[in-house]
Design a protein around this ligand. Structure first.
Ligand SMILES: O=C[C@H](O)COP(=O)(O)O
Length: 248
C-alpha cells in the first residue's frame, strides 16, 4: 500500500486516521470513509495493542470492505528497554498483513536504542511507523535519530489523553517546525493526541499529512465504543472548505 503526500497544488486537506478496537468498529470506520484505519485497544494505553491473532481477520475483512484504505496496527505499550520483545512483536504484527506497524517511542532512557532497532527492522523490510510520545517537549535529538532511520511516516501522539490535546501542549510555531523537519527528511508526518473538532482550524493551517483520532469519535471516553454521530461529524467537518470548518 503506497501512501503519498498530495501534490503541492491541492488545497489543504486533512486525512483522518481513526483508531478502532474490533471488526465492527473497523467496518464502521471503513463505511464512514476514513483515510486510514488504525487497530488498537484504547483501554490499554495510547498504543494499546490488539491480540495479534485478532488483527489478521480484521485486515482481511477490510481488504474486501475498503481495499484502498491503509490499515495500521500498534504493538502495545512496552518499556523502551524491552528491545527483544518489541522486535518480536513488530515482526508478529507485520506478519498479519497490515500496511503499517506503529510503535511508540517515549523520550528517555532507551529511546534512541529503540529508534535504531526499529530502523534496522525497517531496513529489513518491515513497514514501521514510529510514534513519538510528545506530552511534554519534543526532543530534537531523538527526532533526528528517528528521522535518520528513513521511516515512511512518523507520528506525534500523547500518552495522557486527559491533559489536553497535542495542540494545547505545543504551539503552532513549534509544531510547524517539526512538521517541516520531518518532511525535509523525506517522511510523512501524522499528528494525534486527543485532538478535537475545535483543533481543526489550527490543524488545517499546520497541514500534516494525516491526523489521528480516537477520543473525538467516542462519546466522552476513548475507551468506550466508536460513536457514529461523532465520527460522521468529524469526517463532515474535515470535508468542509476551511472557512466553514473554522466555524464548526
Ligand atoms: O493514533 C491515534 C490515536 O489513537 C488517537 O487517539 P486520541 O484521539 O484518543 O489521542
Amino acid at each position: 500500500m503506497r501512501v503519498t503526500t498530495p501534490p503541492a497544488t491541492s488545497p489543504p486537506t486533512l486525512r483522518a486516521l481513526v483508531s478502532v478496537r474490533n471488526l465492527d468498529e473497523a467496518l464502521q470506520a471503513a463505511r464512514a470513509g476514513v483515510g486510514f484505519i488504525d487497530l488498537k485497544e484504547p483501554s490499554d494505553g495510547a498504543l494499546g495493542g490488539l491480540p495479534v491473532a485478532a488483527i489478521g481477520p480484521i485486515v482481511l475483512a477490510l481488504r474486501h470492505a475498503a481495499p484502498a484504505t491503509p490499515v495500521s496496527a500498534t504493538i502495545g505499550d512496552w518499556p523502551a528497554d524491552a528491545l527483544a520483545l518489541i522486535e518480536r512483536q513488530v515482526a508478529r504484527v507485520a506478519a498479519t498483513g497490515v500496511d503499517f506497524v506503529k510503535v511508540g517511542i517515549e523520550p528517555g532512557p532507551g529511546a534512541v536504542a529503540l529508534a535504531e532497532a526499529l530502523g534496522r527492522q525497517r531496513r529489513a523490510g518491515l513497514p514501521l511507523v514510529p510514534v513519538l510520545i510528545a506530552d511534554r517537549a519534543i526532543d530534537d535529538a531523538l527526532l533526528e535519530r528517528v528521522l535518520a532511520q528513513g521511516f515512511a511516516a512518523v507520528m506525534l501522539d500523547t500518552a495522557d489523553k486527559r491533559g489536553g490535546s497535542l495542540l494545547q501542549r505545543h504551539g503552532d510555531a513549534r509544531l510547524a517546525e517539526v512538521i517541516a523537519r520531518v518532511r525535509q527528511a523525506g517522511s510523512l508526518i501524522g499528528l494525534a493526541g486527543a485532538l478535537q473538532l475545535g483543533d481543526l482550524p489550527r490543524l488545517r493551517q499546520l497541514a500534516p499529512d494525516f491526523t489521528g483520532f480516537r477520543s473525538a469519535v467516542c462519546a466522552g471516553d476513548r475507551r468506550l465504543g466508536l460513536d457514529a454521530a461523532r465520527l460522521a461529524g468529524l469526517l463532515g467537518a474535515l470535508s468542509q472548505p476551511a472557512t466553514q470548518a473554522v466555524a464548526a
